[in-house]
Design a binder for this molecule. Structure first.
Ligand code: GLU
Length: 413
């Protein structure tokens, strides 16, 4: 459930950062609008022969930096307000990470777990037919987001080709490797957030070994974050997913084994791991140093923010805290590494994929990770510098950096 108007919250955050920067009034006004907001019915055939209609969306916020770019989310809570907020965040995220893309976001208000594979394909193809004339390799490039994956991207490529006659896989990123997908795209968001955290800790002259971590969300993002964090010496003591959580104070020894268990059994309750099972909400208020919300928005709010005991929050989900929570945590001196930096690794590798596609190149996993690491370090350092110079929280610093970059390009146009 949304506790506030989501897109207004992002706009307010943006206005605050804009007021502190030297940004032209015309550009501020422009960024407070959306270039195009599409809402349409998506009709598809069910396996029992009946038909179902769901609401489909694509919001193209802004393309000053380049083609619109952003994921497609399949979730019952998807709404126009959410799509607007998330497309705005994409505009800012792409600027922070320094990729030549604007901001977009789309999706459908449906729980894909209620569909079988054939229905999911029918639904995706129908959605693509509605969207085909608005997307394209130089226009708007969708990608995976919550509950969408490389298989769904492959259906979009195929349907887009049929509709437009343009057989190009560059129309989406996050594709299967054999269709032109990039090595490392799956790990990208989780790894990228880890690289950003490592860069910030280095600036603070702190060592990973001294930190315990709790991760809320064990999907694609949380899993790969956990894997790389552990490889770097962090102690992962708690993980939760939508079914519940586990708390192992001495540290979860084998993250890979847990990933395998989750893939096979669909939950985290591996009997070989001895620890406590915890209630879903409890994960965020455990006595740990770092919490990582890696699922959906608004999980940290006015009612639980005061109970948070961590010193650092790494926002791997998009907008996981309300404005009220943000204020409470700032008052407590918690360092918040904001979403538009912390989860930018996904779109960074989407850019690498698009770049490889347009130049007919194929990079190795090692190349992708080393370039991703550099990008994340650069962005983290830039954000941190503004944070120190202007004495603003990291979130505001990230917004300010994004605005500076967008304005630099806007002035050249
Ligand atoms: N859905 C991801 C995000 O929110 C990635 C978007 C993309 O790769 O275009 O950043």
């Amino acid at each position: 459930m949304k506790t506030e108007n989501f897109s207004k919250r992002i706009q307010n955050e943006f206005k605050k950062a804009a007021a502190r920067s030297n940004i032209a009034a015309a550009l501020i006004a422009k960024l407070l609008t959306y270039d195009r907001s599409l809402e349409f019915d998506v009709l598809f055939k069910k396996s029992d022969g009946s038909a179902q209609t769901v609401k489909g969306y694509r919001v193209q916020h802004n393309n000053i930096l380049g083609p619109y770019k952003g994921g497609l989310r399949y979730h019952p809570d998807v709404s126009m307000d959410e799509m607007k907020a998330l497309s705005f965040l994409m505009t800012l995220k792409n600027a922070v990470i320094g990729v030549p893309f604007g901001g977009g976001k789309g999706g459908m208000a449906i729980d894909p777990k209620t569909l079988n594979e054939q229905e999911l394909e029918e639904l995706t193809r129908s959605f693509t037919r509605q969207l085909a004339s608005y997307i394209g390799p130089e226009k708007d490039i969708p990608a995976p987001d919550v509950n969408t994956n490389s298989k769904i991207m492959a259906w979009i490529v195929d349907e887009y080709g049929k509709i437009t006659g343009k057989q190009t896989s560059t129309v989406v990123t996050g594709k299967p490797i054999e269709l032109g997908g990039s090595e490392g795209r799956l790990e990208a968001t989780g790894y990228g957030g880890t690289y950003a955290l490592l860069a910030i800790l280095k600036l603070l002259k702190k060592k990973p070994e001294n930190f315990t971590v709790a991760i809320q969300g064990f999907g694609n993002v949380g899993q790969y974050a956990a894997e790389l964090l552990q490889q770097n010496g962090f102690k992962i003591v708690a993980i939760s997913d939508s079914k519940g959580g586990i708390y192992v104070p001495e540290g979860i020894s084998d993250i890979r084994a847990l990933m395998k268990y989750k893939a096979e059994k669909g939950n985290l309750f591996d009997k070989r791991i001895t620890g406590r099972e915890i209630a879903l909400e409890a994960i965020l208020t455990l006595p740990v140093d770092i919490i990582i919300p890696a699922a959906l928005e608004d999980v940290i709010h006015g009612s639980n923010a005061r109970d948070i005991r961590a010193d650092i929050i790494l926002e791997m989900a998009n907008s996981p805290m309300t404005h009220e929570a943000d204020k409470i945590l700032a008052g407590k001196g918690v360092m918040i590494i904001p979403d538009i930096l912390a989860n930018a690794g996904g779109v960074a590798v989407s850019y690498f994929e698009w770049h490889q596609n347009t130049r007919n190149e194929q990079w190795t996993k090692e190349e992708v990770f080393s370039k991703l690491k550099k990008k994340m370090e650069l962005a983290a350092n830039d954000v941190y510098q503004i944070h120190r110079e202007k004495k603003v929280p990291l979130r505001e610093a990230a917004y300010m950096l994004a605005l500076e970059r967008i304005q630099a390009k806007w002035l050249k146009k």
